[in-house]
Write a protein of this length. Sequence first.
Length: 155
Amino acid sequence: MQWDIVLRLGLAVICGSIIGLNRYLYRKDAGMRTNALVALGAAMATMVVMDAHDSDSQALSRVLQGLVTGVGFIGAGVIMREASGKHVRGLTTAASIWISAILGIAMGAGDYPVGAVGLTFALLALVVGKPIEKALASWLTGDDDDNGHETNRGD
């Protein structure tokens, strides 16, 4: 067994699982399993094309474009508009699916530093983003309530 394959795919699954755990803890759709599978699939597709077409950067580019588009379709499935039509939910979860795919691509390509830094920033955005949004909204509007701003609706 080639340990490089295990490392790349394993890191992709770990990255997707970490992003998915955040969504699960916030009781959102597309938790650990979904994000892990998206990252794994993206890593596998990247590795297969890289191995089959070592010198064909256009083939890799087409696969990456297809992955990003296909994952966008999955993400669209978690975005819901409320009956009133005023609020949209699921945008952050859709974005987490998308970043899981990109993390999978990075790990599948063996670009571990980009994947690690990307995972770190994604977690920062997911974990501290909402409290910062609420604090800024409160400070800017002078109101303790978020007044239904999209900042509280994107999850």
